[in-house]
Ligand binder design. Structure first.
Ligand code: SF4
Ligand code: SF4
Length: 93
């Protein structure tokens, strides 16, 4: 599922944090979250995985944590929180 994130600066810290959450390793291939440049225009989108895809893990919403790990390390954490909330509502978590 893909969400617009106008304020994302593409630092990709969230990808690293998410992979660490799943595996204890810093490896963006494992992350549930992908930061992608918009096609043909400026800005970024956030893709969140609903199911495992190869080495990439489905987003579990960091269940059990007060603040999801990706949000903890995002400079735009309030915006990322809203995106996660929409995602988790859509996937029925
Ligand atoms: S940590 Fe936040 S600002 Fe950095 S890439 Fe991820 S969503 Fe964008
Ligand atoms: S909420 Fe989802 S995308 Fe964010 S760190 Fe947790 S598993 Fe990864």
């Amino acid at each position: 599922m893909v969400f617009e994130m106008e304020v994302c600066g593409a630092c990709r810290t969230c990808e690293m944090a998410c992979s660490y959450h799943h595996s204890g390793e810093f490896n963006p291939d494992i992350s549930s979250l992908r930061i992608r440049q918009k096609d043909g225009e400026q800005g970024y989108v956030v893709q969140l995985l609903e199911k495992n895809e190869g080495p990439s893990r489905a987003c579990d919403g960091c269940r059990g944590l007060d603040v999801p790990v990706c949000v903890q390390f995002c400079s735009e954490g309030d915006v990322l929180t809203k995106i996660l909330h929409k995602f988790l509502t859509e996937v029925g978590d």
